[in-house]
Design a protein around this ligand. Structure first.
Ligand code: HEM
Length: 405
């Protein structure tokens, strides 16, 4: 049904609901609509493609690999300790997208980035609450008091705008004609002769890409880590496969992917099992429409339930078991693709960062398995693999014991 709505009738089902858009003028890509959304989507897609396949300078792969050297070094400082790595995983994946946008990492001690992440989390929490209340009781907006937490949200947004204004000012001052090293370079170049780019708030685009591109991949990586700590035989098998293909002293690269189907299967299983964006991002219908015999009025909100597909036992037997083998053929030599695995959603609105996310997940999982081992901590049990629902679906807080291999 999701395929039928979002793909076959993608034009009608690919709007974002209006009630997402109340508040200061900060509609960019994720909640954008119409011609400006289409043009921005095209620009971002071309830019990522350019940065991915460029022949000279930093490619996306090089940026991820660079970040991974810092990340593994940091994790190695926790050798033989029981640690909650949630924050550092988020910081690391935020640094990847930061580096793609700005051309350099921010690092782990950047106070401004830390404050930004705090404000973003605050904004996220309020956003979800506001979104539901706003959809059910829109009149609350007109009553006295801050019943929809709109003031809290707006204060968080002001801080976020200032954060991006500061770093963009630095970038503009240092930009030289012809620079094409990162997203911002290409934005500045495009702005010269495109009206849309002058009208759209750059901070809102950067904020969308930072938000969409960090928490999602970080959450999926946290699912991988807890699943490996809970299933040592999967971890051992991964280690064996990675050691067979990549020399110990060599950093994994994307070209290793085709020789590592078990790594790929583990990532597919983490994308299914984690279902990091369980209800996708809300869609809306463009005009009144009939779907499966139901009349859906113009602007009605549609929540594609990705989680329900990934946990349907008729599609994925024993869905509560973390089992990479379900995506492998009998000889465990090739991947069995399933069109029912839809973590990035479908259709014209599907995830713009899918290629980047798949690249990140492959390089992160392979590098971590090559260099480290994750075990259940000595003092406390790992929690169950029951997820915590929100805009993202994350594992419960956990500690792992890290060992350098
Ligand atoms: C495992 C990681 C990720 C998952 C599971 C994921 C999943 C999703 C989903 C389900 C949507 C909503 C699609 C819809 O409305 O139907 C989405 C949208 C989006 N994602 Fe991702 N995402 C991931 C990583 C990324 C990354 C790394 C980026 C890079 C910046 C990114 C950028 C975006 C953008 C810009 C949109 C909005 C697209 C639009 O409205 O046109 N995502 N993602």
């Amino acid at each position: 049904m999701i395929h039928e709505a979002l793909v076959k009738r993608g034009t009608v089902f690919s709007k974002r609901p209006k009630n997402q858009q109340r508040g200061p003028d900060h509609v960019a890509i994720v909640f954008g609509n119409g011609a400006s959304w289409k043009e921005l989507r095209k620009f971002i897609s071309h830019t990522f493609h350019h940065l991915c396949f460029r022949k000279t300078g930093y490619t996306l792969e090089a940026r991820i690999t660079e970040e991974l050297t810092y990340f593994t070094k940091k994790l190695m400082t926790f050798n033989n300790k029981n640690v909650n790595i949630s924050h550092i995983v988020t910081l690391s994946l935020t640094n990847v997208i930061y580096s793609i946008l700005h051309g350099r990492r921010a690092g782990y001690d950047d106070a401004k980035l830390k404050l930004y992440l705090e404000k973003q989390t605050e904004g996220f929490k309020v956003h979800v609450r506001t979104q539901v209340l706003n959809a059910c009781f829109p009149f609350l907006h007109y009553l006295p008091g801050d019943l929809l937490n709109e003031k809290v949200r707006d204060t968080a947004i002001k801080r976020i705008v200032k954060y991006f204004d500061d770093i963009c000012r630095y970038h503009y001052e240092n930009y030289k004609l012809g620079d094409d090293n990162c997203f911002l370079d290409l934005w500045i170049a495009a702005k010269e002769n495109n009206d849309l780019f002058r009208k759209v708030n750059l901070w809102a685009v950067l904020n969308d890409l930072m938000a969409a591109g960090s928490e999602t991949t970080a959450t999926t990586m946290k699912w991988v880590i807890i699943a490996l700590a809970k299933n040592p035989y999967i971890q051992k098998k991964l280690q064996r496969k990675v050691d067979e293909v990549i020399d110990k002293g060599k950093s994994p690269s994307i070209s290793d992917k085709m020789n590592l189907p078990y790594v790929e299967a583990t990532i597919l299983e983490a994308l299914r099992f984690g279902s990091a964006v369980p209800l996708s991002v809300p869609h809306a219908v463009l005009h009144d429409t009939i779907f499966k015999g139901y009349k859906i009025p113009k602007e009605a909100t549609i929540l594609p339930n990705i989680f329900s597909v990934h946990f349907d036992p008729d599609i994925f037997p024993e869905p509560d078991a973390f089992r990479p083998e379900r995506f492998l053929d009998e000889a465990e030599a090739s991947i069995i693709r399933s069109e029912k695995l839809i973590p990035f959603s479908l259709g014209p609105r599907s995830c713009l960062g899918e290629t980047l996310a798949r690249m990140e997940l492959f390089l992160y999982v392979t590098t971590l398995v090559q260099k480290l081992e994750f075990r259940a901590p000595d003092d406390v049990e790992l929690p169950s693999l029951k997820g915590v629902f929100g805009l993202t679906r994350r594992p419960q807080e956990f500690k792992v014991k890290i060992r350098i291999r």
